[in-house]
Design a protein around this ligand. Structure first.
Ligand code: S3P
Length: 427
C-alpha cells in the first residue's frame, strides 16, 4: 500500500460494526435459547473466526453479509468439535470462548495464528483454573494452543492485575455456569459490552465501581442486536480529519459507550474540532454521528483510568501527537506490548523512521510534536491497527509512505482503504 500527502479529506463515511460487540453477539447468541438476529455484523477476519468456532460446535449460524442469524443451542447445547478451534488472529475469540469452554462437558484445543500463539493466556488460565476448569497451555509457555476440558465450576471473587475486558468477560462467562456468584475486580474499568449485552440477554449481572458481578443463569434468551459502528475504526477518520489540513468528515452511527470514548476526550483535550450529532441509545449502547474538521493540535497527557477507554486507539493517537504543538506523554500503557504486535516498540520504530521525535518509556512513550513527517517504508508486523495508523500518518508526510503487509486491515476493517480514497476524491 502506497500513501502520499493529502490535500484534504471531505465527505461522509459509515464504518463497519463494532468488533467487540460483533464477537459477543455471536458468542452469547450461540449459548442463548432461540434466535439472535445481528444487524451490521463486522465481516472482518476476527469476527468470522468467532462464527466458524461456534459452527464447529454445532451452532447453525447464517451469515448473510450485513446480517447474521444465530440459532442458539442454549447454555448446555454446544457439541464437541471434531478438530481444534482456530481463533485466527483474534485475542477476543480465544479468551472469551475459553470462559464458555471451561464449563462444557468436552475436551477442546484452541489455537490461532503466529501472533495469537505469542499472546499471554495465563491471565485467563489462572482465574478459570481457580473456578475448577482444566485448562493449560500445550507448550507450557502460557500461550495458545490451549487444551481445555470443561468441569463443574465454582463462583469466585477474582481481582485481575490488568484492566482487561477479555479477562473480565472470560470469567463472567464461566460465572454463568458456576455454582454461585462470581465477581471480577479490575484496577480500572475496561469496556463493559459483555455486562451490557449479557443483561440484555437476561443474565443477572451488576456493576459496583470497577467490580462486575454475575449470578449463574438457567438460560439466556436470544435477542435482536443492532451493532453500532466501531469507534476504534472511526478513530482513523477522526484523527485524519483533525490532522490533514482542509478536511471535514462526518462519521455516521459510531458507538460512543463511555468505556470506549477516550479517543473523543483526548482529541478534544488536544484542541480538536469535534461535534457529536444525532445521539441515540439503542439496546444499552449509545451512538452518535461524529463531525471533525482540521485543527491546530497541542500535546497532552494520557494515563490511568483513561488508558482502557482508548487502548486500541493509542497507535493512532501517538501518530497524531507527532503533529501537535508541544509534548504528549502516554503512560500506564504497558498492555500495548502484548497486543497483535508489540505496539509500543513498533510505533516508536516506525514513527522515528518517519522523522518524529519519540522516546519509549517502560509503559508508554513521550512524543515531542512539531517535527515534519516524511515518508518511509513501514513494516506493520501484520498488525491491522498499525497499518491503518500509518495510512493516516502517510497522508500528512512528505514523499511516499509504503506499508508492507497493509492488507491485514481485513482483520477489523475490510474496505478501509476504499473508504479513505473516497474521502480524498471529494477534495
Ligand atoms: C477487547 C478488549 C481489549 C481490546 C481488544 C478487544 C474486547 O483487549 O484491546 O481489541 O473485545 O474485549 P483487553 O481486554 O485485553 O485489553
Amino acid at each position: 500500500m502506497i500513501i502520499t500527502k493529502s490535500k484534504g479529506l471531505r465527505g461522509e463515511v459509515t464504518v463497519p460494526g463494532d468488533k467487540s460487540i460483533s464477537h459477543r453477539s455471536v458468542m452469547f447468541g450461540s449459548i442463548a435459547k432461540g434466535t439472535t438476529e445481528i444487524l451490521h455484523y463486522l465481516q472482518g477476519a476476527d469476527c468470522l473466526s468467532t462464527i466458524s468456532c461456534f459452527q464447529k460446535m454445532g451452532v447453525a449460524i447464517e451469515n448473510r453479509g450485513d446480517t447474521v442469524i444465530v440459532h442458539g443451542k442454549g447454555l448446555r447445547g454446544l457439541t464437541r468439535p471434531d478438530s481444534a478451534l482456530d481463533c485466527g488472529n483474534s485475542g477476543t475469540t480465544t479468551r472469551l470462548i475459553s470462559g464458555i469452554l471451561a464449563a462444557q462437558d468436552f475436551h477442546v484445543v484452541l489455537t490461532g495464528d503466529a501472533s495469537i500463539q505469542k499472546r499471554p493466556m495465563n491471565r485467563i488460565i489462572e482465574p478459570l483454573t481457580l473456578m475448577g476448569a482444566q485448562i493449560h497451555s500445550s507448550r507450557d509457555n502460557g500461550c495458545a494452543p490451549l487444551e481445555i476440558t470443561g468441569r463443574p465450576l465454582r463462583g469466585i471473587s477474582y481481582t485481575s492485575k490488568v484492566a482487561s475486558a477479555q479477562v473480565k468477560s472470560a470469567v463472567l462467562l464461566a460465572g454463568l455456569y458456576a455454582d454461585g456468584e462470581t465477581s471480577v475486580t479490575e484496577p480500572y474499568l475496561s469496556r463493559n459490552h459483555s455486562e451490557v449485552m449479557l443483561r440484555y440477554f437476561g443474565a443477572d449481572v451488576r456493576t459496583e465501581g470497577t467490580t462486575a458481578l454475575i449470578r449463574p443463569a438457567a438460560e439466556l434468551e436470544g435477542r435482536q442486536i443492532r451493532v453500532p459502528g466501531d469507534i476504534s475504526s472511526a478513530s482513523y477518520f477522526i484523527c485524519a480529519g483533525l490532522m490533514v489540513p482542509n478536511s471535514e468528515i462526518l462519521i455516521r452511527n459510531v458507538g460512543i459507550n463511555p468505556t470506549r470514548d477516550g479517543i473523543l476526550r483526548v482529541a478534544k483535550a488536544m484542541g480538536g474540532h469535534i461535534t457529536l450529532l444525532d445521539r441515540q441509545s439503542g439496546s444499552g449502547e449509545p451512538t452518535a454521528d461524529i463531525l471533525v474538521s482540521s485543527s491546530a493540535l497541542r500535546g497532552t497527557v494520557i494515563e490511568g483510568a483513561l488508558i482502557p477507554t482508548l487502548i486500541d486507539e493509542l497507535p493512532m493517537i501517538a501518530a497524531m501527537a507527532c503533529l501537535a504543538h508541544g509534548e504528549t506523554v502516554i503512560r500506564d500503557a504497558a498492555e500495548l506490548k502484548v497486543k497483535e504486535s508489540n505496539r509500543l516498540e513498533v510505533m516508536v520504530r516506525c514513527l522515528t523512521a518517519m522523522g518524529a521525535h519519540v522516546t519509549e518509556t517502560g509503559d508508554g512513550m513521550i512524543i515531542r510534536g512539531g517535527k515534519p513527517l516524511h515518508g518511509a517504508v513501514i513494516d506493520c508486523c501484520l498488525d491491522h491497527r498499525i497499518a491503518m495508523t500509518f495510512a493516516v500518518a502517510g497522508l500528512c508526510a512528505d514523499g511516499e509512505t509504503e506499508i508492507l503487509g497493509g492488507e491485514c486491515v481485513n482483520i477489523s476493517y475490510p474496505g478501509f482503504y476504499e473508504d479513505l480514497w473516497k474521502l480524498m476524491r471529494q477534495c
